[in-house]
Ligand binder design. Structure first.
Ligand SMILES: Nc1ncnc2c1ncn2[C@@H]1O[C@H](COP(=O)(O)OP(=O)(O)OP(=O)(O)O)[C@@H](O)[C@H]1O
Ligand SMILES: [Mg+2]
Length: 245
């Protein structure tokens, strides 16, 4: 096993609040890893620093041994790191298909070459919408989608860039059981094809089912790293969730 993501001593403060404090963990290539912890633990802030949305105050992020600390989000994406957002960011006035092609096609749509690019992008977008099970909604305005369908759209959209590491921020949040089952199955399929996942999730059934290694955060710090069996039976995890840490 080789390390794909190496988070080393990341810290981020907002005014007087230390949202992430000296946070270190690794994700092995080919893993489905979980990042859990109570509300406000710093999980999304950690994702924001890994994906270039926020610049860390201290620490480093290495992907495949390459230091990507402080890189802009589009450069991080080019390094093979994709992500979804806890609060989905679809453009409601655009169709589902348009939402899929907007981020990748922007800026290179002029002329014959541009038209060809767009066709290729659309073809790939339709394949991915089909893969997540919402291709019948391709021409629907994104604002008409249910919460769960938006999560699936964002998931499909993140796959457009063909990432090697995908960070999912609460993929199951608010998703109904049928769509959730599909999402989990798709995550497993993609993982079998070689995609590495780091998943922030509060639904413990999802975490314990999917993840073989779990990082537990509380108050901005990593309190424990281990297998589902280890994490489930550790008092520190219970304490973290009950607010005793
Ligand atoms: N942009 C910001 N400005 C100020 N404070 C912030 C900002 N982003 C996050 N915080 C604070 O940092 C702490 C960590 O927030 P973060 O969103 O990373 O937690 P989380 O683990 O993702 O929680 P949740 O499970 O509720 O999504 C919280 O106290 C939050 O209020
Ligand atoms: Mg969060």
């Amino acid at each position: 096993m080789t390390t794909l993501l190496d988070v080393a001593g990341l810290s981020k403060g907002f005014g007087g609040l230390q949202a992430v404090n000296d946070c270190s963990f690794t994700v092995e290539r080919g893993a489905i890893a979980g990042l859990i912890g109570p509300n406000g633990a710093g999980k999304t802030t950690a994702f924001n620093m890994i994906s270039g949305v926020l610049r860390p105050d201290a620490g480093a992020v290495l992907v495949d041994g390459v230091d990507i600390t402080g890189m802009m989000p589009h450069k991080v994406a080019r390094r093979g790191v994709g992500r979804t957002f806890q609060i989905t960011r679809e453009l409601g006035d655009l169709t589902v298909l348009e939402n899929m092609v907007v981020p990748t096609a922007r800026g290179r749509l002029s002329g014959l070459f541009g038209a060809r690019m767009l066709r290729d992008e659309e073809e790939r977008a339709m394949e991915l919408l089909d893969f997540v099970g919402i291709s019948r909604l391709a021409d629907e305005k994104a604002r008409n989608l249910s919460f769960g369908q938006r999560k699936l759209l964002e998931f499909a959209s993140a796959l457009m860039a063909d990432p090697t590491l995908l960070l999912l921020d609460e993929p199951a949040g608010g998703v109904n059981p049928a769509l959730l089952e599909r999402m989990m199955e798709r995550i497993r399929t993609l993982n079998e094809q070689g995609l590495t996942f780091l998943i922030v999730e509060h639904n413990m059934d999802v975490v314990m089912n999917l993840c073989r290694s779990i990082v537990v955060m509380a108050h901005g710090e990593v309190v424990l790293t281990g297998s589902p069996a280890v994490v489930q039976n550790d008092d520190r995890v219970l304490d973290a969730y009950l607010g005793k840490v």
